[in-house]
Structure formats: C-alpha cells, structure tokens
Design a protein around this ligand. Sequence first.
Ligand code: BES
Ligand code: MG
Ligand code: ZN
Length: 460
Amino acid sequence: MPHPLLVSSDNKALPIWLANEKTWPGIAAKLPQNAQAFAKAQKFEAKAGSHCLLPDTDGNLLGVAFGLDGDDAKRIDPFLAGKLSSLLPDGTYRFETDAPDPALATLAWLLGSYSFNRYRKRSEKSVRLVVPKGVDAEEVSRIAEAVTTSRDLVNTPTSDLGPDGIEAAARKLAEKHGATFDSTIGDDLLKKNFPMIHAVGRASATAPRLIDITWGKKDAPRVTLIGKGVAFDTGGLDIKPASSMLMMRKDMGGSAAALALADMIMGAELPVRLRVLIPAVENSISANAFRPGDILQSRKGLTVEIGNTDAEGRLILGDALALADEDQPDLVVDFATLTGAARVALGPELPPFYTEDDALAAEIARYGEAVNDPVWRMPLWHSYQSQLDSKYADVNNTGGPMAGSVTAALFLSRFVSAAKAWVHFDIFAWNNSTKPGRPEGGEVQAARLMYALLKDRYGS
Ligand code: BES
Ligand code: MG
Ligand code: ZN
C-alpha cells in the first residue's frame, strides 16, 4: 500500500518549482506577472533550502518556489526538497521541475513529515505529493514505513518499551511477513548457553531475551542481521553520569535498524534466507547485577573479564554473533549504538563501519552515498587487539582510553570466525537537530544502504 501522503495523480495539485540561484531567473520569467513581482518583493533568490509561496491573481495559492543546492556535487543534499513536507500548508503538490533524484526527494518528503506523537494530541498535517514520474511508489513507501516504524521504537521511552516491548515489535514484524519467530527468555538463556546476554540483562525487572526470526527459502543465500537491543543503558554498576544516561532509551537503536532492514528485505521479497537476531536487555542496577571484575563465560567459549559494565553492548552482541556464526552465513550485519567514541571520531551523522572485506566495504560506501545514508569505514586495527588483553580471562570487555570504537569492533571480531563476511555499524540512532528528511529524534542509520546493496546483489 502506498504511503498516505503519496497520490498517483491529481490535476489540481499545486506546482513546486525547484530552482537554484542560477536557474531561478529563467523559471521566474515564465511565471505570471503578479507571482514574479511577489517573489521579487520578498527578495526570493532560490537560495538552498529557502521557499516562497506564490499567489495567483485572486490571492489564492498558485504554487511554491523552492531553492535547491547549486552545482557543487559534494555539497548537494538529495533530501533537500523533502524539507517542503514540513513547511507547506496542507494540500497536494507536485514537482513542476525535476528534483535531482526524484526517488530520494520523495522519500525525504515522507521521512521529513514524521513526528513522534504517541504522548500528545497533535492535529495531523497532510502535505501530499503526486508521485514523480519514474518513481516506484510502493518501494519508497516500503522504505518510509520501515524507517518511521523503527523511529517510533527509538523514540518510545523505556517505560513503554522494555526488552519485552522490543520482543513485541519483532514479533509483529515476523507476523506481518509470515516469518518464524522464537524468543529465549530469562534463565532459558543459561540453559541454551547465552551467558553474556543473561549476565547483562538479569538485574532488570524485565527479563533479558534473545529474539530469533527466520524467513525465506532454506537454500537461498544466508543473510543474518543482528541489532543491539539495550532498552535502557544505565551503565550498570559503573554507572553513567546523568548527562550521558539521559538519552539511553535509544540504546536499542541497533535493533530498530535491524528490524527496519528486515522489514524492507521481506517486504520486497528479496531471495535470501534471512535471520534476525536481537539480544534485548535492560542494563540495570540491582543486587544481582554483574560487576566490574567479574569473569563471564560466553557462548563462543571465550572467558570475558568485565573492565566496565557500561561496555554491555559488545557482550550481548558477542553471544548473538557466536550464534549467527554457527550456521556459516554468507553475510552477517550488525547494528549497534556501541560507543561514545564513534561520535567523538565522526559525529552523529556519519556512523563508522568495520569489515575485513574490502570489496564489501567499497560497496557499502558506494550505496551509502547513492541513497544518502552516509557511513565511513574505520579499520579493525589489529595491533590494538592487545588493548583487550586480560590478566585472568581470554579477553577484557574494555580497551584503553583511545580508539574506543575500534577496540569495541575488535572485541566483536573475536566472536566471528565462520561467517563468509561480517560488517559492524557503530550507529548513533539519533538526529540531534532537524535536517531535511531527518527530523530531530530517533533515526534509522545504515539500514537503507544495506537494503539497496542487497537488492542489487541478489536481484529481484
Ligand atoms: N550505549 C553506549 C554507547 C553510546 C553512548 C552510544 C552515547 C551512543 C551515544 C555503550 O553501551 C557504552 O556505554 N559504551 C561505553 C564503553 C566504555 C565503557 C568502554 C562508552 O562508549 O563510553
Ligand atoms: Mg553502556
Ligand atoms: Zn549501551
């Protein structure tokens, strides 16, 4: 079903003239005299991101002029025109002049109209768009729905979305696509040998769990997605300061990204054997919490010394990666809000990713750029492996004070050996401020690019 803001045609739709500072004078010259005069009176010059509502001779709305970026390819934001869905009055519009990438402009239109309204009444805006020529409305709608559903998960506070809420969301997704769903909860995690997931999550009033979804033909290429599902990260006993804890409801952003990608893959019926693993826990503080200095067993067989209970994501992912690895998938992809250090390195908009597979890395960078889902490769720098040495165990869960995102990725790498390829995304899962197509709040990062890559790779 196409998105409610998309219409296939409407001959009363108001035109949007997309222009830049160079093309605007030519476009303006063809407009009715009064509209030209009005734009001039407002000193509208089609500067990037600016807009001007134009009147007809009766004072009704004739259309809208909007400024795109100039010609500097490196600075062009293909989402820019999507800004209009949050600016314009309710109505139906169409692009009179082509957007540089009509599909991405349409997607940004939908993604930019998102707001998180669960806790207050807001009158819903309805700024509709006629699907531009050549744009696949089903496809854009599928992506927008997957992203916005997952944004809701990230934005929902832990009081309404604990580990059980993550499970409910995953179950709903599995049902939507007729996938097989399984969840291992509480002490069953010990019976089935997921000691680290249990240790991290056992102090919460809501039991830890490992969600396991499978879908698709058995003999198809095997793709396994893993998402960090920490419903809330207090830091555990090595407790976070208040300012760092404030946003930690978003620490399940990796699971939201994995679910969004799974929704796209299954919705498009890509010919893969899909598995989605989500360790869902709350990193809480209680008498039975795991402690700094504890040594944990792990599914992989490695013993893990706890340098800091706040490095919890890599522990639950370690057990999930070990399980994923057991059926030797063709590709393992994990998404995790794993480190603050990733933000120090690259900031909130550009998640680092890690893989040993150079060809895959090149593809990821290319698709990230192509679909405006930017990421940046960082190295699994092997000589830093020694930062994870432990005096008593096989490995420590913290490295030194430097290269924190790299050492976290190196920790994960210890749990992957049989998969043919593995990539780890250290995502932020949040927009700190509103940008076109990216409203402030929870965000899905790196899922759209992986969908584009898998779609091209496996065809359909
Ligand atoms: N969830 C955090 C990382 C995080 C913080 C992601 C802020 C996004 C924004 C993670 O569990 C964590 O606490 N990591 C520690 C690791 C450290 C104790 C080795 C960190 O990055 O400080
Ligand atoms: Mg933590
Ligand atoms: Zn965390």
